[in-house]
Design a protein around this ligand. Structure first.
Ligand code: MN3
Length: 197
């Protein structure tokens, strides 16, 4: 069975971007609900309870038809949020270094142009969804709890949740302000670790 991962920081640790109130609700209620509903959907499928969430979600199209929707929504929700918490840190912000920085500069011109493009895509998601940085440094968006790995892509190395539940209590309708503040908490050490060419 799947379980809610512990955070590497306290609920109030990311207040440069996200309040304690949102973090607590988002992790202990929203994410927990995805886990609970995923487990309920897999109740009679013990073979699927033992595989990794990444394998389960990336293989959604091959699952029995009745499981595809719950795994897409709740499995995707569990997978996406498990990544999202890792992509942020109270010691985050600033810019990446090393090969990741060099390659971002080569692809986008400089860090600010990359950040502007990522922000624009995140702000532009219509309705609920996510913006992602993939390991080829392309930026993509998904709707609902879909993940790029459902389309055969490798796991994202950075992503931002732009569902209203992720920011509305702090920013109301001002998603651009939330996306702008996100850069203050991006865990570049984690992104670099996931960036393997
Ligand atoms: Mn969320």
């Amino acid at each position: 069975m799947f379980s809610l991962p512990k955070l590497d920081y306290e609920y109030d640790a990311l207040e440069k971007c996200i309040s304690k109130e949102i973090m607590e609700l988002h992790h202990s209620k929203h994410h927990q609900t995805y886990v609970d509903k995923l487990n309920a959907a897999l109740e009679n499928h013990s073979d699927l309870q033992a595989i990794s969430i990444e394998d389960l979600v990336s293989g959604v199209a091959e699952l029995p038809k009745e499981l595809q929707k719950p795994v897409r929504n709740f499995g995707g929700g569990h997978y996406n949020h498990s990544l999202f918490w890792k992509f942020m840190s109270p010691n985050g912000g600033g810019q990446p270094g090393g090969q990741l920085a060099d390659d971002i500069n080569a692809k986008y011109g400089n860090f600010q142009k990359f950040a502007d493009e990522f922000s624009a895509q995140a702000v532009g998601v219509f309705g609920s969804g996510w913006a992602w940085l993939l390991d080829d440094l392309s930026i993509v968006t998904t709707t609902n709890q879909d993940s790029p790995i459902m389309d055969g892509k490798k796991p994202p190395i950075l992503g931002i949740d732009v569902w209203e539940h992720a920011y509305y209590l702090d920013y109301t309708y001002k998603r651009p302000d939330y996306v702008k503040a996100f850069w203050e908490v991006v865990n570049w050490a984690e992104v670099a670790k996931r960036y393997k060419k």
